[in-house]
Design a binder for this molecule. Structure first.
Ligand SMILES: [Zn+2]
Length: 261
């Protein structure tokens, strides 16, 4: 594994709502406690971007620790503010939340009919968290599958969500997460015109040589077993990750576990 390595953790809801996009609060609390115990620095996406900037390719290796973690939360569920943030704050861990701007203050509209719609944070809640140091990125306006959109509609989803967030928060918005992790090369090229980074759902550890518009993440639903998570943090999770990656390749033709995310 080339160094430095950055584990970009992917969360959605921290709740008892069930399914692969909800992680129980006690499990999340234990995952964060293990991270703190391991002493692995939690950095911001801006730090990763800064390490990549400049003409000297080796510069990032000096700026980033050998092993670090970035905490990402898709969708902006209200339980981020109520449950996740107090735990993150305990350890002073930075985090980024990706917001679908048309759904703020409402409930998700994209979950399967058999599952209850989880409420999203309000704009006041977003502003309060921003004041506490939480970063925000765009998760589009309406949470569509970007690969299914006409080019003009795609551009509007990218630019309008950024404009709304910048207007509401008074800061520049540089980071993006495509809904369902769906982004083909044409979509990624359009995202790259408007954002400094984009994440996906490719299951892998990130390095400074990754495409910043196709950053892999670790789906934390796969690390709810405390022993497996601690093994991973000790850099002993290679075989488990390889097995998960192999299973994903087999299953990807059928469906993805976060298709309802
Ligand atoms: Zn989403």
């Amino acid at each position: 594994m080339p160094r430095p390595v950055v584990d970009i953790l992917m969360y959605h809801s921290i709740s008892h709502q069930g399914g692969p996009t909800s992680i129980a609060p006690a499990v999340f609390a234990d995952q964060m406690a293990a991270l703190a115990e391991a002493g692995i620095p939690v950095i911001r996406l801006d730090d990763l971007l800064a390490a990549r900037d400049g003409s000297n390719a080796s510069r990032g290796h000096k700026l980033l620790p050998e092993q670090s973690v970035i905490l990402t939360f898709d969708d902006g569920f209200r339980d981020f503010a109520e449950t996740a943030f107090p735990i993150l704050n305990r350890y002073h861990f930075p985090s980024i939340v990706y917001l679908p701007t048309a759904h703020i203050g409402r409930a998700e509209a994209w979950r399967g009919a058999n599952s209850p719609a989880r409420p999203l944070i309000s704009w006041n809640g977003v502003r309060d968290l921003a004041a506490e140091g939480v970063d925000f990125g765009s998760h589009t306006v309406s949470h569509p599958d970007l690969c299914a959109l006409a080019p003009g509609v795609l551009a509007a989803e990218l630019t309008r969500s950024r404009a709304v967030l910048e207007d509401r928060l008074g800061r520049s918005i540089k980071h993006f997460a495509p809904p369902y992790g769906r982004a083909d090369p044409a979509v990624r090229a359009e995202i790259a015109r408007h954002y400094g980074t984009s994440v996906g759902t490719r299951l892998a550890r990130a390095t400074t040589s990754d495409d910043v518009h196709d950053l892999p993440r670790l789906e934390m639903f796969y690390f709810t077993n405390p022993k497996i998570w601690r093994q991973h943090l000790r850099q002993q999770g290679g075989p488990y990750l390889l097995a998960r990656q192999a299973m994903r390749r087999v299953k990807s033709a059928i469906s993805m576990p976060w298709d309802a995310a």
